[in-house]
Ligand binder design. Sequence first.
Ligand SMILES: *[C@@H]1O[C@H](CO)[C@@H](O)[C@H](O)[C@H]1NC(C)=O
Ligand SMILES: *[C@@H]1O[C@H](CO)[C@@H](O)[C@H](O)[C@H]1NC(C)=O
Length: 408
Amino acid sequence: MTLSNFQRFLWLSVLLFIQPHPTFGLISDGFIVTNPPPLGICASAVTRYGYKCQEIDVTTEDGYILSVQRIPAGRNGGGGGGGRNRQPVLLQHGVLVDGMTWLLNSPEQSLALILADNGYDVWIANTRGTSYSRRHVSLDPNKPEFWDWTWDEIAARDLPAVIAYIFQQTGQKIHYVGHSLGTLIALASFSELKQIDKMKSAALLSPIAYLSHMTTALGVVAAKVFVGEITIVFGLAEFNPKGDDVSRFLKALCADPKVDCYDLMTALTGKNCCLNASTVDVFLRSEPQSTSTKNLVHLAQTVRDGVLAKYDYGNPAFNIEHYGMPMPPIYNLSNIPKDFPLFISYGGRDALSDPKDVANLLDDLKLHDEGKLSVQYIKEFAHADFIMGVTAKDVIYDKIISFFQRNQ
Ligand SMILES: *[C@@H]1O[C@H](CO)[C@@H](O)[C@H](O)[C@H]1NC(C)=O
Ligand SMILES: *[C@@H]1O[C@H](CO)[C@@H](O)[C@H](O)[C@H]1NC(C)=O
């Protein structure tokens, strides 16, 4: 017997919406209160393990107030070095999630805490619109104006604000670790020669640049919808995966026979090899998080067009108004300085960062200085294994630390 699409949707709802969340607060009649959770990331996932952690607000040039966490030392003050001897590392999460993604496993398995224990001064970013960064000096997150941005602005406003703050506080160049969209915004910035003067190196996990070969069924169907009717349904406002409109939208997507909504994690990210079921539960409770609909439209344009360009306003006149040219400008990744240390790690089963798209990215980097580009291919890894895999420490994180050590 096959379940009806509606039953599938109920399963998805159970996964996504119905579980109580220790920091997210209340669910009543299926309605989730999306106010910022009372505990910050430090209190809910760092200090309880014996690490110091500071909550910091950083304001972007366009007025978004971003939540940033700093873990300045290892467990119980360990991890060697003190103050200025510790090199700063910035961790940048992907789309529809926030900085919590680096802290879902046990301290021995979570990249943020592993880096702190290995002598790094760890900084965790939370991009605009995520639950702790849902603030602005004048705009109201409940109004569409707050959501008028895409990853162009995350690259051009959020990233520079956070990097400038860390640079100013530590007086040191920064190592970077990005996952998923966190790799795209770094690549986009570096291709415009921005931020790179303040960076020591960058480790890019599940790199996303080109997206034309994406295999995730839910993603492919969603991408088609996003360049089509979606903006009529939502307007260019908040895309809140926990809200009513989006659950209706997901219900419609899950009705597509190509999409398997029984297993949302697999539907979205590919067949992860090494996830801990309890971690996945924690993940599904704290994520997914809001982003702007316009951001998803922009990503869908990347899937459709096969090039990496700024947001396409949809007609030449509007593009001329914004960019002074009829087509949106391209981010040319070949412009990334050839001597900038890069570590790229990608997975054979990653449905979002498909090996064919990664091959395109590597092709753009083919003239990179030998010795400045390390590439790691992990056959059995899918998208979420990079941040939550129980074997990720041995397979990747130890290599990131050696890469940072080679590029101090
Ligand atoms: C999975 O997570 C649980 C709860 O945090 C933990 O007790 C267990 O050791 C983890 N398993 C593995 C293989 O890491
Ligand atoms: C990107 O830049 C490289 C060299 O800097 C150039 O050869 C190439 O044509 C450019 N690509 C695009 C799409 O503009």
